[in-house]
Design a protein around this ligand. Structure first.
Ligand code: AP5
Ligand code: MG
Length: 278
């Protein structure tokens, strides 16, 4: 059974990493052992020696669901996720954007390199994202909760890697008009440490410019500049939107259209209950 064990550093070997990675079985992991510094180095060169790691079976119970939330940048994935967590508290939220922004704030090697991609509105390379997400998903699966993945997959390659390892059972697809998104993003403020999101017209903070829980300053995201937002929307149309069909064919996706998260959410909640989430 292939497992992830050590990371060695040889130039231009990301493709080896990918091939090994796609054969991993998340449910067989005993130990998710890529440390942050090693992950940072994945940008440059990585192979994985899959020969020497001990394995335990950590199969998911049939009651725990693995969910994805898909949608355009600024389409309300974080906002709807927060509502899902409130109503289905036995759920763990994994947001790839939040994880990357935390690396950027902590100035890890991964964060330094990811920042360049993010600030340009480009996607971070698949190899890095697959490693990051599967590691966090493995840890989350062990917690015995439902998992709600936000921001991954964003390419067919990421979707295939996920499929090789995890049964995705429910995909919420948010379909929000682009004009609405551009307006909202201009008004978005976040609390960097927690990822909490505010919007002065929709969900304003209790005190102007301050996070409700910590009282710390709110900031605007570096990638929320109008030209970067356009590039992110473009990347979504070209690279990510084919995933809608990919999951539709598997019969696990439902699209929710509209402009108001508060109107969309009750429909999402009902569907999640119909799909057996509790
Ligand atoms: P990520 O952080 O995932 O950004 P995104 O997908 O572009 O989505 P956002 O977080 O911007 O928006 P959202 O859909 O969560 O909307 P929100 O709820 O905040 O990724 C950032 C970057 O990281 C990427 O560009 C890429 O470089 C990299 N990355 C991440 N994952 C990757 C991957 N898998 N592969 C490669 N690269 C990856 O809502 C938006 C605003 O609208 C908020 O202000 C909110 O308050 C407001 N709002 C919500 N609902 C309403 C409403 N009903 N009325 C008014 N305002 C509303
Ligand atoms: Mg988000």
């Amino acid at each position: 059974m292939p497992v992830l064990s050590t990371i060695s550093h040889e130039k231009n070997e990301l493709s080896h990493f990918r091939v090994d990675y796609l054969t991993l079985n998340v449910r067989s992991f005993n130990n998710s052992s890529i440390d942050s510094s090693a992950k940072g180095r994945l940008f440059n060169s990585t192979t994985i020696d899959s020969s020497s790691m001990a394995v335990d079976d950590i199969s998911n119970s049939p009651n725990e669901k693995f969910l994805l939330i898909l949608g355009k940048p600024g389409g309300g994935k974080g906002t709807i996720s927060k509502k899902i967590l409130k109503d289905f508290p036995d759920t763990e939220h994994i947001s790839t954007g939040d994880i990357l922004r935390q690396h950027v704030r902590n100035k890890t090697e991964l964060g330094k390199e990811a920042k360049a991609y993010m600030d340009r509105g480009d996607l971070v390379p698949d190899e890095v994202m697959i490693s990051l997400v599967l590691e966090d998903s493995m840890t989350a699966i062990k917690s015995g909760k439902h998992i709600l993945l936000d921001g991954f997959p964003r390419t067919i390659e990421q979707a295939v890697a996920l499929d090789e390892n995890i049964d995705v059972e429910v995909v919420v697809d948010l379909n929000i008009p682009t004009d609405t998104i551009v307006e909202r993003i201009a008004d978005r403020w976040i609390h960097p440490a927690s990822g909490r999101v505010y919007n002065y017209s929709y969900n304003p903070p209790l005190h102007h410019g301050k996070d409700d829980e910590s009282g710390e300053d709110l900031v605007q995201r570096d990638d929320d500049k109008p030209e970067t937002v356009r590039k992110r929307l473009d990347a979504y149309d070209k690279v990510t939107s084919p995933l809608i069909q990919y999951y539709e064919k598997k019969g696990v996706l439902k699209t929710f259209s509209g402009t108001m998260s508060d109107k969309i959410y009750p429909e999402v909640e009902k569907w999640l209950k119909d799909m057996g989430l509790n």
